[in-house]
Design a protein. Structure first.
Length: 346
């Protein structure tokens, strides 16, 4: 599905303007916008301990091909750090913007992602999810999310888009590296508020990382360690974000919906219980997260039945799928979007 169902209103009905306000009251009355600092302190402490455990394992294993397992472990840990950075960017941890930014900057330094660059990009996505002209998350050179987008591709990007459903997961191997490169470019071009701070946070941890890897491992082992670590981190990040919106309706500038419907209709939740909550960093509650981006991660699980019930009472489609089924939907959507490039008669 690439466009909005024609049965949906293209112009927001003014009578429905109070829907989000009514839902917000239910959420506030349940106390689900209250901060959960204890949860975040515990989560950050666990992540630091896991990072330290990985560092200890790296030091003890030394010059060994078994370090590729350490690289895979670091991919998981670094992604968990990225989830905390995401929450800090949404001001979920503290009421103080300065404290959230402190956490965000530090976690950005660990993961190699510019915090302020990412916040700016991500806020644009939240304001207009799946909008063909305003959502940067569907403006990817090598991928198309509608047949119209696929027809605009040229060169190598056109070939990739043609087979994008088959290449999607291999392409995710590059995601972490591309985020790091784009972050460095944003800092160099002064597209962030504090370029010198971000430059230090991106370069000092990276220098320490490279020094440790090349000092402890042989050159070929060091290179493979970096490839495994960054590649699997990219796959993990991509697999955490891709199910949330890909394959959901795409809006054009001619179509307008109120805030509630815009966020719900373009988002997909992932079911599966608490292990999925931990695996995806709470992003499996994408509908609730988009409606209430400041809501602390552990409260999203409690908000989900309230939002789903509210949508049912108001006739608003609420999308939810298992993790495996969500990936199947994404791949089918990508395959369909690239169809014009495979049609020799087109």
């Amino acid at each position: 599905m690439t466009t909005v169902d024609t049965s949906l209103p293209h112009v927001a009905d003014p009578r429905r303007g109070s829907d989000f306000a009514r839902l917000s009251r239910e959420i506030k009355q349940a106390g689900l916008l209250d901060r959960r600092r204890g949860y975040y302190f515990a989560r950050m402490a666990i992540n630091v301990l896991l990072l330290a455990a990985g560092g200890l394992a790296f030091a003890l294993l030394g010059d060994s091909w078994w370090q590729m397992l350490t690289a895979a472990f670091f991919a998981v840990v670094f992604t968990q750090f990225a989830f905390i950075g995401h929450d800090a960017g949404h001001k979920q941890i503290f009421r103080s913007g300065r404290r959230n930014d402190l956490v965000g900057y530090l976690h950005g330094g660990v993961t190699g992602i510019s915090y302020q660059w990412w916040v700016g990009k991500h806020n644009l996505h939240h304001a207009n999810p799946n909008h063909e002209d305003r959502d940067p998350d569907i403006e990817i050179p090598a991928l198309a999310f509608s047949r119209e987008q696929s027809r605009t591709k040229q060169g190598i990007h056109r070939w990739i888009t043609k087979y994008q459903a088959f290449l999607f997961f291999p392409l995710l191997l590059l995601e972490a590296a591309l985020l790091r490169i784009t972050s460095i470019q944003a800092v160099l071009h002064r597209e962030v508020k504090r370029p010198w701070l971000e430059a230090a946070l991106l370069t000092i941890p990276l220098a320490g990382y490279l020094a440790a890897v090349f000092l402890v491992l042989s050159p070929w082992q060091a290179i493979l360690f970096i490839v495994v670590h960054q590649g699997l981190m990219g796959v993990y990040l991509g697999c955490s974000f891709a199910p949330n919106h890909k394959g959901m309706p795409i809006f054009t500038k001619e179509q307008h919906l109120d805030h509630l419907r815009k966020q719900v209709l373009t988002s997909r939740n992932i079911s599966g219980g608490r292990w999925v909550d931990g695996l995806l960093g709470g992003l499996n509650y994408q509908i609730e997260h988009h409606l209430f981006p400041h809501m602390p991660r552990p409260n999203l699980r409690r908000a989900q039945p309230i939002v789903e019930n509210f949508c049912a009472r108001n006739g608003i489609p609420y999308s939810q799928a298992t993790l495996a089924n969500s990936y199947a939907q994404v791949l089918r959507h990508l395959h369909n979007a690239g169809a014009p490039l495979r049609d020799r008669t087109a």
